[in-house]
Design a protein around this ligand. Structure first.
Ligand code: F0G
Length: 459
């Protein structure tokens, strides 16, 4: 019998969590206006809202906090991180920021202008938000297979090169400041992009003179899938694959809260000195001086170790297996999910789960609330609420997929927790025909409404 894989760590410190009653949860979710972001964390038993900033640092990362250098300029922690970024990701220049969207804000302040178009593979919501805030347009060029949850395409994060070339040939060069490739593609289900696709996007973009930017929050998970699925990469190390991936980018933004395994932080990196200098001006204005830009020295130290840990050792294998462990239990019971299971989360196909709930009543949000009520598990809606309104017509944008995302924090929960989540979903699956109505909006913000939206039940 093959020896199974267990966690690649043992637990040194624990944080208690509490299991509430259904009656308590019914009261709390009503008080939260049916928005899971409004719940207090102590009202949640298993928190799969996000894998961002929720991971557990290693003992080496905690030790590195103690040797952080908090000098305003030229700290050793900055140089530690700079060296690791050069060694693992290959970029000469980098600017720290307080998180990923801050890196987007700074970089896009240089690159994105009113009326521009920015093609990519299902831009993440903050990325799209920063593009639209500048009166530019994000154009989705993801392959069609990504929107068919049953398709087993191994790289559903890939860019469709024909769609990309159609954008390149319909606009002037000056109207397209960059193409953004998100690794892994969060919005389509934590789905990876192949090396072959990255290389092809690079060559096509060079032909048109368009810079390639990677949104790299989950770059290491992406590398793992390349090793597993792409011919010719089985015997390469994660470090080698990561180096090749980034050789096809001109610049990158990073939310370090994911594959940096730290609780806060981000950065951007590039090879072009001119771009670095232009971005520095905005970084100093919005984030801080170039050698700390929104991060404490100790956090840069911990991030340097996080980047090293995630690209070496046994961690990634165990990580991807835990997410798959949850996903394949659901598949076994016939629950519709985005297949194959992605890197950081299981995405439940809410439209096929709750077939009676009309799309105007926020199907994925309805499922998220059912899951919270069933077992105190908090997931997040990746559907109509997140897609927001069309900035021109102010009408709801109904996305192709209505998903409930269950994002698994890194090194935080065990497979027992995954079993609780799976059984809770199975219970809802068995009574799904009784769920006929969802919610309507009673209050919403003009942009990124999902964080603060208030809802009422439709009876
Ligand atoms: N890009 C991607 C692909 C992301 O998933 C996120 C954040 C960001 C950029 C922004 O980074 O949060 O550090 O400012 N995603 C989180 C999530 C919030 O839950 O998926 P940030």
């Amino acid at each position: 019998m093959e020896i199974p894989f267990a966690e690649s760590y043992k637990i040194k410190m624990v944080e208690p969590i509490f299991r509430s009653t259904r009656e308590q949860r019914e009261k709390w979710i009503k008080q939260a206006k049916f928005n899971l972001f409004n719940l207090k964390s102590e009202q949640v038993y298993i928190d799969l809202l996000t894998d961002s900033g929720t991971g557990a640092m290693s003992h080496n990362q905690w030790a590195a906090l103690m040797t952080g250098d908090e000098s305003y300029a030229g700290s050793s922690s900055y140089y530690n991180l700079k060296n690791v970024i050069k060694e693992i990701l290959g970029f000469d220049y980098f600017l720290p920021t307080h998180q990923g969207r801050a890196a987007e804000n700074v970089l896009f302040s240089v690159l994105v202008k009113d009326g521009n178009v920015v093609p990519g593979n299902s831009h993440f919501d903050t990325t799209k938000g920063h593009i639209e805030f500048r009166k530019a347009k994000a154009i989705d060029c993801t392959i069609d297979e990504a929107f068919d949850t049953e398709s087993l395409h191994p790289f559903k994060g890939n860019i469709d090169l024909e769609k990309l070339e159609a954008v390149y040939s319909s606009f002037h060069r000056e109207e397209i400041p960059m193409v953004i490739v998100t690794l892994t593609c969060n919005t389509s289900g934590g789905q990876p992009v192949s090396i072959e696709n990255l290389k092809a996007v690079h060559h096509l973009s060079k032909k048109y003179g368009i810079p390639v930017v990677f949104d790299s929050a989950r770059f290491a998970e992406n590398a793992w899938f390349i090793k597993e699925r792409e011919p010719g990469y089985k015997d390469k190390s994660i470090r080698e694959i990561v180096a090749e991936m980034f050789s096809y980018a001109d610049a990158m933004t990073m939310s370090s809260k994911k594959d940096g395994i730290v609780n806060i932080g981000g950065f951007m990196a590039m090879n072009d000195e001119k771009l670095y200098k232009e971005a520095s001006v905005f970084n100093i204005m919005y984030e801080g001086f170039n050698t700390y830009g929104g991060m404490a020295g100790r956090d840069m130290n911990a991030l340097a170790i996080g980047l090293d840990e995630i690209t070496s050792g046994a961690y990634l294998e165990n990580r991807i297996q835990q997410v798959a462990y949850l996903g394949y239990q659901l598949i076994g019971w016939g629950i519709p999910v985005q297949k194959p299971i992605g890197g950081h989360a299981v995405f439940i196909d809410a439209k096929h789960f709750l077939e009676h709930v009309p799309k105007e009543e926020y199907i994925a949000q309805t499922l998220a609330i059912e899951l919270y009520l069933e077992a105190g598990v908090r997931g997040v809606e990746v559907g109509t609420l997140l897609a927001d309104r069309d900035p021109a017509t102010h009408k709801n944008r109904y996305p192709k997929l209505e998903m409930l995302r269950l994002a698994i924090p890194r090194r935080t929960y065990t497979n027992n927790h995954m079993d609780v989540v799976a059984v809770a979903l199975k219970n809802i699956w068995e009574k799904r025909d009784k769920i006929k109505h969802g919610f309507k909006i009673s209050n919403e913000a003009p942009i990124m409404r999902h964080f603060s939206v208030e809802l009422e039940k439709v009876d």
